[in-house]
Design a protein around this ligand. Structure first.
Ligand code: SF4
Length: 285
């Protein structure tokens, strides 16, 4: 199987091996693949006990709006504008009646603001007309809403309704391929390949952990393999920097060099992680 690095891997995994890169993907039995995938999930759970949705929200309405806004931009940026947005339009009824120019001005920093404003107005109008202003809690309904695809629907179901869902964004897709959980580029196929490896109860948290790992360690261009907690079980080990000292310098956010105090706070106060993360992001230039 060709990995993203273009290398070919074969053989069977060696769970628990101390030698990074010993795990292989191709030729692996389904049972071995499941065991390896679940081992990776456990390691990620230890590394990121504070993982959660990175978008801030207090209701299904706020989460669906924030997720629509997060297209083509960062969650950090969306979190900076949503307090003002939801203070101005606290529910679907009020947002459906928003003055488009005013709505556009508030969401402008997130980019593609004209299209996003149109989507938000259409989305809120549908919510008011067909769902009494509430966000529906079913995938089949959610994906019919303007601006809401399968990814957004799964984010909303998993995080606002507690219904298990796998959220395939660019980070998740990249890591699922690198970890040998799928060979596909198609989000729906990736979702079903990964879903087959885990219990539904693990889907939502797995999605957060994998995305956290993609943002902090397993970067698109320069993965920090030498500082990666799941290197022992990753068939793509070696596609990035393997020197531990050099790899550490590639880590981001709370894992970045110099952020030890922030990491310690997140670990000590996992229940307050979202608050601490927001504070630290506000301080960043
Ligand atoms: S950083 Fe390297 S070892 Fe870790 S998951 Fe990514 S490709 Fe695999």
């Amino acid at each position: 199987m060709a990995t993203e690095s273009g290398s070919t891997v074969s053989g069977t995994p060696v769970p628990g091996s101390a030698r990074p890169g010993a795990a292989r993907a191709s030729g692996e039995s389904v049972l071995a693949l499941k065991r390896r995938a679940r081992r990776i999930n456990r390691e990620l759970a230890e590394q990121y006990p504070y993982a959660h949705a990175e978008l801030d929200f207090r209701s299904p309405f706020e989460l669906v709006i924030a997720t629509v806004l997060s297209a083509q931009t960062t969650d950090v940026l969306v979190n900076q504008i949503t307090p003002l947005l939801f203070a101005r339009y606290p529910d679907a009824r009020q947002m459906a009646e928003a003055d488009p120019a005013e709505l556009e001005a508030i969401i402008k920093p997130t980019g593609f603001f004209r299209a996003k404003a149109r989507n938000l107005l259409a989305l809120c109008t549908r919510l008011v007309d067909e769902y009494d202003g509430e966000v529906p809690g079913r995938l089949a309904d959610l994906v019919t809403l303007p601006g809401v695809g399968r990814k957004t629907a799964n984010v909303v179901l998993g995080n606002a309704f507690g219904i298990p869902g796998i959220t395939v964004d660019t980070h998740f897709g990249r890591l699922a391929r690198r970890l040998g959980w799928t060979e596909s580029d198609d989000p729906v196929r990736i979702e079903s390949d990964v879903a087959a490896l885990f219990e539904p109860k693990d889907w939502t948290m797995l999605s957060h952990r994998v995305v956290f790992h993609g943002r902090r360690v397993c970067h698109s261009r320069k993965p920090a393999c030498g500082a990666c907690a799941v290197a022992n079980w990753c068939p793509s080990y070696g596609m990035g920097e393997t020197d531990p000292e050099k790899a550490k310098k590639l880590l981001k956010y709370e894992l970045a060099p110099g952020q030890e105090a922030l990491l310690a706070r997140l670990l000590a106060e996992t229940h307050r992680a979202a608050e601490i993360r927001m504070e630290s992001q506000r301080k960043q230039p």
